[in-house]
Unconditional design. Structure first.
Ligand SMILES: C[S@@+](CC[C@H](N)C(=O)[O-])C[C@H]1O[C@@H](n2cnc3c(N)ncnc32)[C@H](O)[C@@H]1O
Length: 205
């Protein structure tokens, strides 16, 4: 039953972003998370290998990190988002992949970033996602994620398309991050673009 619910949720998100892909970059300009991205970036070694989870169109995150000397691998479950990202940031590598089936050898990345994406994954999967993120990072690796500011699960409309959201409140999310093995540097709520998200910067303990 739960598998079935999950399957439908992923399909709603994937199909929704496939249809949104061509117009998402303009929408994304409303959101400013540069303070958090720069805090993440400053923890990275030179020529860091960074995984961008739910990378969307590759703009602005993969483009910014690539321009600043990082080797970026972006994954997204939407084939159309991956196609747009590949055109936008040809220097990075993008692939279609569901973050609940992260397929990289352990300790592959110096950094992992995921902006506005985990909120679309059924929350019963969040603990496993953070464990997989932990495994994908090298020792001392750093993770920046945006999560939600309140517990919620709903199917509604986003940019004219059917969309699914699912989240815990920040305290529960931060406990899942800690239980996965991370040490949290900061967790803070940021408002912008008519939305509020909770940002967590954490290191592999
Ligand atoms: C709101 S967009 C954010 C895109 C990008 N991170 C940014 O900052 O602009 C959410 C993205 O997460 C992707 N996504 C949602 N659920 C996912 C999953 N389970 N696995 C991989 N990507 C997912 C969507 O396809 C979409 O491209």
């Amino acid at each position: 039953m739960k598998q079935n619910l999950n399957h439908k949720a992923f399909e709603i998100v994937r199909a929704g972003y496939d249809r949104i892909a061509g117009r998402y970059t303009t929408e994304r300009e409303k959101f400013d998370n540069w303070a958090e991205v720069k805090a993440f970036q400053h923890t990275l070694p030179e020529k860091a290998r960074v995984l961008d989870v739910g990378c969307g169109t590759g703009v602005p995150i993969a483009r910014h990190l690539t321009k600043n000397g990082c080797e970026v691998v972006g994954i997204d479950m939407s084939k159309e988002m991956v196609a747009v990202a590949t055109r936008n940031v040809p220097e990075a590598t993008f692939m279609q992949m569901n973050m609940i089936e992260l397929d990289f050898p352990p300790e592959s990345f110096d950094g992992l970033i995921s902006c506005y994406a985990i909120i679309h994954v059924p929350r019963e999967c969040h603990a496993a996602i953070f464990r997989a993120f932990y495994s994908a990072l090298k020792p001392e690796g750093v993770m920046l994620v945006s999560v939600a500011c309140w517990a919620w699960e709903e199917v509604a409309t986003y940019m004219g398309e059917k969309m699914f959201w699912s989240h815990h409140d920040p305290a529960v999310t931060e406990s899942l991050i800690t239980e996965a093995g991370f040490v949290i540097d900061f967790g803070r709520a940021i408002e912008g673009g008519g939305e509020k998200h909770h940002w967590v910067l954490a290191r592999k303990g």
